[in-house]
Design a protein around this ligand. Structure first.
Ligand SMILES: [Zn+2]
Length: 538
């Protein structure tokens, strides 16, 4: 599709379309700013590009449900604040007339309710309908959303967006490498990419690449890529085995950027996929887009083969152990802080985040009963009732209250905490209120709502110093960079919860079979590239 954009300097039809976020999710046009009519050569018109997307990874093996407010939806120009490259006056911002509609991002959790999903979709579509037409759409999703009673929500969402914006608009989809790429999502996307690092230190860079690719294709008039190769790779692995910090993930993912940088190729991407949902789309995928058919297909096949050939080499990023072994080692160790990942209920992978099993086991250990026992920080457990009581007694007050197991009580009941309140902090966007309760030598962080603890500041703002603690237990899988750099030692405890790291314990029924590692003797799969029809042919 060749398109050239020309706009006379006197024409302000397009330039006037600025947006501001209004109350109640409405998008309103700003007051019209007249464009000065200086004598200038005909200016190239800026393309109109919409921004939309929903991001969450949600476990269907957790009893938790996710509601609309968890998405903290942003509307209109407020959306720019999520992307440094869209900052006022940034070069990218000047290259298009952006039409930000709705972008919602939730912490991982349980399946999204159908009501929440439909409400967010309706708002997105209403907005897109109102401000079209569009030359492009930046579709910013995670790719592992589960919705109650609906398969492949991102495929559903993009299809419904297509119905509104039409087939001509170029959609550039940006994803997490733990997302899933169904055939439907692949066909509706014209450009598609995902992160190349886990932990996702390149998240913003990847989103920017998705936008850059979109702008380049529109500005050059080259339009949609001629070829999109899609290869499903029958592998399902937890993220904790596929970090790009260690082998084989490191080498596999190091091949992605050079593959994408070839002449005739626009982008290349490998999705590990999401392991804690049970749909046919849950598996690894390789996609390559570009105009050179031979290079696009060959590159996709090479990446798929590299991934498949390495399947036996994926191991957990940290040594794993039972919780008891982890605590025994941490207590006996001379290396501090000794980190323990309470991995089965990791809220950032989709666990309910309120399983009390691990904390109950810790508090039952005699070593931590006395104030001068090994210092342990536990992050964290939601307990709104306890938080309320803590606010009543204040810092320094004594407390006796229960926390946790409101959502996921399958493994242990609410945990009783009898101790002293040492901190109360209000205002965190996720936790809302955070409280620290000292029980023996254990500092338990109790939150009003669940919150991940990934940064040193998350601890220090509560008066806790993880660097000088003997043991730090976090509901997390692989350690996020700041914690990773702080650790003197680390064990990943295989604990129970909605994101159990031992996938073979999970009751899958609907994923494609055979699938590695569940079917040990499976034959080599067909890893030849399948060319996805252009979105023009939908
Ligand atoms: Zn991810």
């Amino acid at each position: 599709m060749k398109r050239t954009f020309y706009l006379l300097a006197t024409c302000c039809l397009m330039a006037s379309q600025a947006f501001s976020s209004g109350s109640g999710g409405e998008i309103k046009s700003n007051s019209h700013q007249p464009v000065t009519t200086q004598k200038a050569p005909p200016a190239k018109a800026l393309p109109r590009i919409a921004i939309a997307g929903l991001g969450i990874e949600s476990s269907t093996f957790s009893p938790a449900l996710t509601h609309e407010e968890a998405f903290h939806a942003k509307y209109g120009t407020n959306i720019y604040t999520s992307y440094p490259f869209f900052k006022d006056g940034s070069p990218m911002r000047k290259r298009a007339q952006w039409v930000p509609t709705l972008v919602g991002k939730s912490l991982p959790g349980g399946a999204v309710t159908r009501e929440a999903y439909e409400s967010l979709v309706r708002k997105t579509l209403d907005s897109l309908r109102k401000y079209g037409p569009y030359d492009g759409l930046f579709f910013d999703i995670h790719g592992a959303m589960s919705v109650v009673g609906l398969d492949d929500p991102e495929g559903d969402l993009i299809s419904r967006i297509r119905e509104v914006i039409g087939k001509k608009t170029i959609i550039s989809t940006s994803m997490d490498l733990h997302g899933n790429v169904s055939w439907r999502l692949a066909q509706n996307s014209d450009l598609i990419t995902c992160y190349r690092m886990a932990p996702h230190e390149d998240a913003m860079e990847s989103k920017q690449r998705a936008v850059e690719n979109l702008l380049t294709r529109i500005e050059s008039g080259k339009g949609k890529p001629a070829y999109k190769a899609w290869i499903p790779v029958p592998i399902l692995l937890p993220g904790e085995k596929t970090s790009t910090r260690i082998e084989p993930g490191k080498t596999i993912y190091s091949k992605v950027a050079p593959a994408a940088n070839q002449e005739g190729v626009i982008d290349a991407a490998i999705w590990i996929g999401y392991a804690w949902a049970d749909e046919p789309r849950n598996h690894a995928v390789v996609m390559v887009t570009g105009d050179d058919k031979a290079k696009v297909t060959r590159t996709a096949e090479q990446l798929a083969k590299t991934l498949w050939d390495a399947r036996h080499d994926f191991v957990f990023v940290a040594p794993t152990a039972t919780l008891q072994e982890s605590l025994d080692k941490a207590i006996a160790s001379k290396k501090h802080p000794f980190f323990i990942s309470d991995s089965g209920d990791n809220p950032t992978a989709g666990g309910a985040g309120d399983v009390t099993w691990t904390l109950t086991e810790i508090l039952a250990r005699p070593e931590f009963r006395k104030e001068d026992g090994p210092s342990l920080i536990y992050a964290s457990i939601p307990g709104p009732e306890l938080v309320k009581k803590a606010m009543e007694v204040g810092v320094g007050g004594k407390i006796d209250a229960y926390a946790g197991a409101q959502v996921d009580a399958r493994f242990a009941p609410p945990v009783r905490l009898v101790g002293t309140v040492t901190a109360i902090e209000k205002g965190d966007i996720n936790a809302e209120v955070e409280v620290v309760v000292k029980v023996g030598s254990v500092n338990v962080i109790v939150t009003q709502k669940r919150k991940p603890y990934h940064k040193e500041k998350d601890f220090t703002r509560l008066g806790l110093t993880p660097r000088t603690a003997d043991i730090v237990v976090v509901k997390i899988g692989y350690l996020e960079p700041e914690l990773y750099n702080m650790r003197a030692d680390w064990l990943l405890a295989i604990t129970p919860g909605g994101v159990d790291q031992n996938l073979e314990r999970l009751p899958y029924k609907r994923i494609n079979r055979p699938m590695y590692p569940f079917d040990k003797d499976m034959k080599a799969p067909d890893l030849s590239a399948r060319l996805v029809p252009s979105s023009d042919q939908l």
